[in-house]
Design a protein around this ligand. Sequence first.
Ligand SMILES: Cc1cc2nc3c(=O)[nH]c(=O)nc-3n(C[C@H](O)[C@H](O)[C@H](O)COP(=O)(O)OP(=O)(O)OC[C@H]3O[C@@H](n4cnc5c(N)ncnc54)[C@H](O)[C@@H]3O)c2cc1C
Length: 285
Amino acid sequence: MYRIDIAIIGSGPAGVSAAITARARNMSAVLYGSQRLSDKLEKAHEILNYPGMPRIKGPDLAQALRRHMRDMDIEITQEQVTAVYAMGSYFGVETASGMTEARTVILATGVFSGKPLPGENEFLGRGVSTCATCDGNFYRGKTIAVLGFGSEAPEETKYLATLAEKVYYFPARGRELDPVPANVEQIGGAPLAITGELKAGAVETAGGKYQVDGVFVLRDAVPADRLVPGLVMDGAHAAVDLQMRTNLPGCFACGDLAGTPYQYVKSAGQGNVAALSAAAYLATL
Ligand SMILES: Cc1cc2nc3c(=O)[nH]c(=O)nc-3n(C[C@H](O)[C@H](O)[C@H](O)COP(=O)(O)OP(=O)(O)OC[C@H]3O[C@@H](n4cnc5c(N)ncnc54)[C@H](O)[C@@H]3O)c2cc1C
């Protein structure tokens, strides 16, 4: 199977910067993320500290990054990476459309700030899914809950509603559906736990318990050690050295995932370092 040089996971400033450096160094790279790039970019009202771009609005910085990528023929693969497996001499990068083999991986996923719900990790793969495209078909004609934390949640919920008979949708603030499809019930109360016996069977809120056949938890980022089994963490962050190397040879992390301060310029800088470190690592293979 053909192996790409670098799989870059995440399309915020860190991932985009890594992709630009990878292209400048003639490495074959796939950048996973979305055209929107990053919710955190879209939401920033005015950025005062990005060098060379005084008082730029977040969406305008996103637009500038997209222009830069277009100029260098860098495309975004609009897919969520569901797992990264360290296979020794390469990495298996899993998405809904299959497995890609990469010689190195750069994790630029941003930081997972929330706490997993009780039951979320315990029932993962047993009634809890994080990927509508991967697992939606298993719930044709069934009743499901969708916990819509991530920016893609409204679109993914509309897609799931075309498959499931009934959808209980628990949107985070700003993720509400309007209009609401006929078979979707939008629930106001926050989900507190996913419960069940051998598999996930219900979502509980302060106001009630919703019995379901499966639960989709849609987040923009998941804890990195859940995405990459074997990755050593330092609290909420991937443990890295100054070259952005993680404990897994050939796997690098950058941006918010690599620690505080959470800043655009620091993320972009670390994306650059991670790509150069990946180049140095590839030269040793
Ligand atoms: C409202 C707001 C205002 C801010 N203002 C400023 C400011 O003025 N100055 C400043 O320096 N910083 C500011 N920040 C902080 C800044 O937004 C972050 O430090 C920066 O966005 C981090 O970049 P990143 O590339 O590490 O991660 P992110 O920007 O979080 O991007 C990560 C991307 O990876 C994607 N991703 C995650 N997992 C996967 C996966 N498995 N597969 C595919 N894609 C995945 C996510 O969907 C996301 O798009 C602000 C943040 C917020 C929320």
